[in-house]
Design a protein around this ligand. Structure first.
Ligand SMILES: [Ca+2]
Length: 314
């Protein structure tokens, strides 16, 4: 007896749920003949070449693409029908009520993953189970500061900067005996447009040019910097990274409260370079700065030909 009560309770719950959510207009019911469908509906092939049929409103214009997309739903519904009777049932007055409810004329996608099993041809993308012309297939088809992602033009969101050393190989600073070849970066700091400090930069990626004589080849020293302005301490105990000339790169990100900071127009990045900021020595080293996405996949040059301490507008 307890088992029967449980069964009845589950069945009642299932039927209740079905009656609440069911909308006959939107659910494709499988059928084998006219007698399987409600009054006002007819049993027609789904249109994808299979033997599956479904009940549709008499005279309804069956969309071939919808029929293709819904073929899987028909199969799923058929499977569902074997466990819970949600098909047309003249004894079920709530279903009949839903069947004649024509107020809902919206074409709701039957499945959130309606594109999961659909492969579109080149130049097309799947939207709600149908292949349509893609908005883009390459970045070149998108606007300024946009990229093509998932066939849609998306605005770039910047979240890192790259400092690239552009010191020529023939520069005095790049000789093998130089203890600090290339630009010598001790801190990178982000400021708001009004000059308010926002965050110190942290090294996310470094590709230094290896030079045997480089005594300052640890990029992580930047992560301990508290300012991008020379305070004098650097002279007593120089803590900077020498990039190593000609193409070496350092990518820096900024974060606050554990979240990456988006770099927006108007912000300013201060780049602390040791030789000019702290020593006041003339230097023949140079670098340029890029603004990049957080991952570094997309970058644009925002300042070039820099030497020594620099303020760069983002
Ligand atoms: Ca140097």
């Amino acid at each position: 007896m307890p088992r029967l009560i449980v069964l009845m309770t589950v069945t009642a719950a299932l039927l209740s749920a079905c009656q609440t959510d069911l909308n006959v207009e939107e659910l494709p019911f499988s059928c084998t003949g006219p007698s399987d469908c409600l009054s006002g509906f007819e049993c027609v092939p789904v249109g994808d070449g299979s033997e599956l049929k479904q009940c549709v409103r008499v005279g309804a214009n069956v969309d071939a693409s919808d029929a293709t997309a819904d073929a899987r739903d028909v199969a799923q519904d058929a499977e569902r029908d074997t466990s819970v009777d949600v098909g047309p049932d003249s004894a079920d007055t709530s279903d009949v009520t839903d069947a004649v409810d024509t107020t809902d004329t919206t074409d709701t996608p039957s499945d959130a993953d309606s594109c999961a099993n659909i492969t579109c041809s080149s130049g097309e993308q799947c939207v709600d189970g149908a292949c349509v012309e893609a908005e883009c297939t390459t970045d070149n088809e998108c606007g300024f500061r946009e990229v093509c992602e998932d066939n849609q033009c998306t605005s770039l969101v910047y979240g890192s900067i790259v400092i690239e050393d552009t010191t020529s190989q023939g520069a005095l600073d790049c000789k093998a005996t130089s203890p600090s070849p290339g630009a010598d970066i001790f801190g990178v700091q982000l400021f708001a447009a009004d000059g308010t400090p926002i965050a110190m930069g942290q090294v996310d990626e470094a590709n230094l040019t290896p030079i045997a004589g480089n005594q300052y080849d640890d990029p992580s020293v930047i992560n301990s910097a508290t300012s991008a302005t020379c305070t004098g301490d650097e002279q007593e105990s120089p803590e900077y990274v020498s990039l190593g000339c000609n193409g070496a790169t350092l990518r820096v990100v900024f974060s606050a409260a554990g979240s990456s900071i988006e770099l927006t127009d108007g912000m300013v990045v201060e780049i602390g370079e040791y030789d000019s900021a702290c020593d006041q020595f003339a230097t023949d080293e140079s670098y340029q700065v890029y603004k990049c996405t957080r991952s570094g996949d997309h970058c644009i040059v925002i300042a070039s030909g820099l030497s020594g301490q620099s303020s760069v507008n983002l």
